[in-house]
Design a binder for this molecule. Structure first.
Ligand code: SAH
Length: 251
């Protein structure tokens, strides 16, 4: 049996109890090294064989997990957050399926939940939005045309945008072109639940400059929607566009 396990968003104690147990029992672990907290590996038993998939191709991952399973070893494939969100798990499952290897999935806390916790926010507020759109900008991985940020923005629903921190100027333009007023509340949440987590509240119109000012270029979620200001409205005093006695604004 191969277990696909969600590692959670960052903090090592945010893996599920089941995920933790599977990790403790595993003979072989292949973890997504780019984002899985290495502290989690400290709970692996002595002699557990550990591989970092950041350096591996799909074929190499399969060779390790299928090879170990065939020898009767307990295998954990550890993915960041929840495996179902941008996890590239389906392609692994399909190969295992073809090879007749059984597998199961242990869910994890996705980073979009970690980000809501960091923001102390509720994505689905009555009268504001009852839908959460999880999406991304097109990059080297394409996004179907009818799911463009511009089209999705027309719904004015809560949006959580993954994998797009390097494209914030363009993201901002797309959100605005789709109908979000410039002053729509937004946030850049960097490394939610990690020790060096940063939560930067801003507006759609100041997303890019906010991330730039904080030096955030990756491992962040962009979160957009009116749900962010029903309880909280950012001050003018720290608004990047606002000039004060001590600081010149950007506009
Ligand atoms: N399966 C993961 C997402 C993998 S895609 C999940 O459920 O969270 C990787 C992207 O997720 C990153 O580029 C970033 O946009 C986001 N991400 C992952 N962990 C994050 C965290 N702790 N804080 C903010 N964003 C995170």
């Amino acid at each position: 049996m191969v277990h696909f396990v969600g590692a959670g968003p960052g903090a090592a104690d945010l893996i599920t109890v089941r995920g933790q147990r599977l990790l403790e029992e595993a003979d072989v672990v292949v973890y997504a090294g780019s984002l899985v907290n290495p502290q989690l590996l400290e709970s692996c038993k002595e002699g557990c064989e550990i591989h970092n998939s950041a350096y591996m191709t799909l074929e190499e991952v399969i060779e390790v997990i299928a090879g170990a399973e065939k020898k009767g070893r307990k295998v954990v494939r550890l993915h960041t957050g929840d495996p179902s969100i941008y996890g590239a798990v389906k392609e692994q499952m399909d190969v295992l399926e073809r090879e007749g290897i059984s597998y199961d999935v242990c869910p994890g806390v996705s980073s979009f939940c970690g980000a809501a916790a960091a923001l102390k926010a509720e994505y689905t507020l009555p009268d504001i939005s009852q839908s959460v759109l999880i999406t991304r900008m097109a990059g080297r991985t394409k996004v179907p045309e009818k799911e463009s940020i511009r089209d999705l923005a027309a719904h004015q629903a809560t949006m959580v945008i993954f994998l797009s921190t390097g494209m914030l100027r363009k993201l901002q333009r797309e959100l605005e072109a789709g109908g979000y007023p410039e002053d729509t509340p937004a946030a850049v949440v960097y490394k939610a639940t990690w020790q060096d987590e940063k939560v930067c509240r801003c507006t759609v119109g100041s997303l890019a400059e906010t991330a730039e000012a904080e030096g955030i270029t990756k491992t962040a979620l962009i979160i957009v929607g009116r749900f962010l200001d029903s309880e909280y409205r950012r001050s003018k005093l720290y608004d990047p566009a606002f000039t004060t006695e001590f600081r010149k604004g950007s506009k």
